[in-house]
Design a protein around this ligand. Structure first.
Ligand SMILES: NC(=O)c1ccc[n+]([C@@H]2O[C@H](COP(=O)([O-])OP(=O)(O)OC[C@H]3O[C@@H](n4cnc5c(N)ncnc54)[C@H](O)[C@@H]3O)[C@@H](O)[C@H]2O)c1
Length: 437
């Protein structure tokens, strides 16, 4: 029996040692899930502070309660380390490191390349490597197979390699990790089989596809689909504004159709590590094949103009009250990129604040999940949402619709509210103070 075939038995018996490289929003929940399934899991991260926190049983990811982490720590099922020499001892290595864009908006695969380089230096026969970071089709096959084979070992013969996209949705309480099917595409049928086998221990359904390229494309299709449909919702919001219609009413009514329509909502712009970033991975790859990704370009154009549109509306609303943006006090409600998360990556709030502040507005913000935010070097600290703070602002602007905000009180105490998320839909008193996107 080959070392790769032996891995089958080690997965069945839970003796396989599982590793997760990159313990962020994606890697940490995955590592804890494997530990809960009975595996010994080693989490590796270059961030010493995160490692220390995890070793102490303290989680920094909202979807992983510290109690759950402490339980797998106490059972000795999970440990975190920054010592990459541990990679040698692992049978299965999942890579969950960031894949951002460079300043010129091109894919930045340097974090992945660095992780794969560390693995290559220690690669041994029988190991299975699974890439989970979102990336363009061909990354695993064209970039990482040659890199790992520099070790002298052959893919599908000595070691296995697969791509399996992450579908985690931070703060989504509706679906547990195991309920969201896991797509897997290996470099060879054996690679797919082994990766599918390991994921079947923590996911109810595994969906094998024919290649790593196909699995990479699945993820980009999913997120591009979202970005484009949000772009459509944003454009419909702009249309409704000119038509004097309430876009939220229109979308909610359209969403009552039980087939052929899927609800997407407008807002102040795209945010997070995925939706504003991932479509650019696909359009970059297609550009190299001389194929313009027109839908992506159009949606990017519409979505990226939304923060500027919001800033213009703020200026117009103040103007209606005979106030200039310069010198007015604007209280921003919610700066995280989406509801109920403490993540500001690519948040449109950064852009809105930047534009308002550059025109002289006095900005403050309240966000129950974010203690301070840095916009181009200016540090803003979270303001208490007191009646006084609400009353003192010339305009309150809702940019993120966090659940634990009392919107009745916000509308009651504020002079005027600009709501870009329809967070005030349930408020019945003083509706005359509310203007919606
Ligand atoms: N956040 C999401 O909702 C989400 C959902 C699906 C897919 N993804 C994808 O998953 C990947 C990871 O995203 P994330 O949000 O978890 O990122 P993150 O920034 O939260 O976590 C990444 C972690 O990797 C660590 N790291 C970076 N380089 C490393 C290296 N060379 N070796 C070891 N550790 C390293 C960082 O210190 C960090 O802790 C990205 O490709 C992203 O597009 C994210």
């Amino acid at each position: 029996m080959s070392r790769l075939e032996e891995l089958r038995d080690r997965i069945d018996s839970r003796e396989a040692r599982i590793g997760v490289v990159g313990l962020g929003y994606v890697g940490l929940p995955l590592a804890v899930e494997f530990a809960k399934a009975g595996f010994r899991v080693t989490g590796l991260d270059i961030d010493e502070e995160k490692v220390r926190s995890l070793q102490d049983g303290v989680s920094y990811i909202g979807d992983v309660p510290s109690a759950e982490l402490a339980a797998v720590r106490a059972d000795d099922r999970f440990r975190a380390t920054s010592d990459l020499s541990e990679l040698t001892r692992l049978d299965v290595i999942n890579i969950c490191v960031p894949t951002p864009l460079t300043r010129t908006k091109d894919p930045d695969v340097s974090h992945m390349a660095r992780a794969v380089e560390e693995i290559k230096r220690r690669l041994r026969s029988g190991q299975l490597v699974v890439l989970g970071s979102t990336t363009y089709p061909g990354t695993t096959h064209d970039l990482f197979v040659p890199m790992l084979e520099e070790s002298g070992l052959s893919v599908g013969v000595d070691f296995s390699l697969a791509f399996s996209p992450e579908r985690i949705d931070p703060a989504n309480k509706r679906f547990k990790v195991r309920e969201v099917p896991k797509v897997v595409g290996g470099e060879t049928p054996l690679c797919t089989e082994l990766a599918a086998k390991v994921f079947a221990t923590i996911f109810d359904q595994v969906v094998p596809v024919s290649s790593s390229q196909s699995a990479e494309m699945v993820k980009l299709l999913e997120n591009t689909f979202r970005a484009i449909n949000i772009g459509l919702a944003n454009e419909v919001a702009l249309m409704c504004e000119r038509l004097g219609l309430d876009v939220w009413e229109v979308i909610e009514a359209a969403a009552t159709k039980p087939y052929g329509f899927m609800k997407f909502l407008p807002g102040p712009g795209l945010g997070g590590h995925c939706i504003p970033v991932d479509p650019s991975y696909l359009s970059w790859k297609m550009k190299s094949l001389n194929f313009p990704a027109r839908f992506i370009d159009l949606a990017t154009d519409i979505n990226s103009r939304m923060p500027e549109h919001v800033a213009d509306r703020v200026s117009d609303l103040l103007n209606q009250d005979r106030l200039a943006l310069n010198g007015s006090s604007v209280l921003i409600l919610g700066v995280a990129y989406k509801k109920d998360v403490g993540d500001m990556r690519e948040s449109p709030a950064l852009d809105v604040i930047r534009q308002l502040a550059s025109k002289g507005a006095a900005i403050s913000y309240h966000d129950p999940h974010i203690r301070e935010c840095n916009v181009d070097g200016t540090i803003y600290k979270n303001t208490d949402l007191s009646d006084e703070a609400l009353g003192a602002a010339d305009l309150v602007v809702v940019l993120t619709d966090h659940s634990d905000v009392d919107y009745d009180r916000v509308v009651d105490k504020a002079h005027r509210v600009f709501d870009t998320r329809n967070a005030t839909a349930g408020v019945s008193a003083h509706r005359e103070k509310i203007t919606k996107l």
